[in-house]
Design a protein. Structure first.
Length: 282
């Protein structure tokens, strides 16, 4: 990497900054996730290499600016792993109660909070959760942190009731603010108090994420898989129309629904467990 960014290196590599590399870093993370979902070890190996390249790139840029080196990144990580795992690297009575993954997570958060505390003001359990994270994932992390701090229900039932409550409030907000329209998508000019609707919809999402947490389902993963499933079915519907030399707009919704059901039936035949996630999309 030093050679690539050197005077006789690559012009493109020399031009890059930490800011310019941000889109590539995010892209590589998603490609790693896709390789994991595909169960493709060869692709995963390649994508992990591409992700490591981004880490090396950022470290090299920082080194050139006399900020830190790649070796310092690795050393800091090793020190953190040792510091955050006293039950593994230090044998003392105060860590003998660490026996489950829940204990480990709680201890990790406590140690992290201690590290980030400056001794001035309040140090929050929610400190350090990136604001730029995908919304569903960020909501899940916030709820997990709050739960590990003791702010949580004991069972899933109150979480489900809260979801129903928020859903009812969304129904009320839309009933009060949306004028009658014959269109499938309500035009913006027919919406009143849009901010209230957005707030109620946000509450529904947040409450549903909490339900997902109790069910030990990652909402980001669940939605991504549901979207992938929708795309697969939609491609099937498109292919049926294309086989007759037509487009989707040439058919009635009733015919499109028949192809959609055929796509679902095809899934059931190819996967004996597909019925478990049936109904995620309609």
């Amino acid at each position: 990497m030093s050679r690539l960014r050197g005077p006789d290196g690559c012009p493109w590599d020399r031009e890059q900054t930490s800011q310019s590399l941000k889109p590539y870093l995010l892209e590589e993370v998603y490609e790693v996730l896709e390789a994991i979902d595909a169960g493709d070890a060869s692709a995963l190996k390649e994508e992990l290499g591409d992700l490591l390249l981004q880490i090396l790139f950022h470290a090299q840029i920082a080194s050139e600016q006399n900020q830190f080196s790649f070796d310092e990144v690795v050393k800091d990580l090793a020190d953190k792993l040792i510091r955050r795992h006293p039950h593994v690297f230090r044998h003392s009575n105060d860590v003998s109660t660490i026996t489950t993954s829940t204990d480990v997570s709680r201890q990790w958060d406590q140690l992290k909070q201690q590290e980030k505390s400056t001794g001035q003001g309040h140090s929050s359990l929610l400190q350090g959760i990136p604001k730029i994270s995908p919304a569903l994932q960020r909501a899940l992390q916030v709820q997990k942190r709050a739960s590990r701090g003791g702010f949580d229900w004991a069972t899933i039932e109150p979480a489900l009731e809260k979801f129903k409550e928020e859903l009812n409030e969304l129904y009320s907000a839309t009933a009060e603010t949306i004028q009658h329209s014959s269109e499938d998508v309500i035009p913006k000019q027919d919406l009143k108090n849009q901010e209230n609707i957005e707030a109620e919809l946000g509450d529904v999402f947040f409450a549903l994420v909490n339900v997902a947490r109790f069910l030990r389902v990652n909402p980001e993963e669940a939605l991504r898989r549901a979207t992938n499933k929708f795309m697969t079915r939609f491609h099937f519907v498109e292919s049926q129309a294309a086989s007759e030399g037509k487009g989707l707009s040439d058919y009635t919704l009733s015919q499109l629904d028949k192809w959609w059901e055929a796509a679902k039936q095809q899934e059931r035949q190819s996967s004996p467990t597909s019925h478990r996630i049936e109904g995620a999309t309609t």
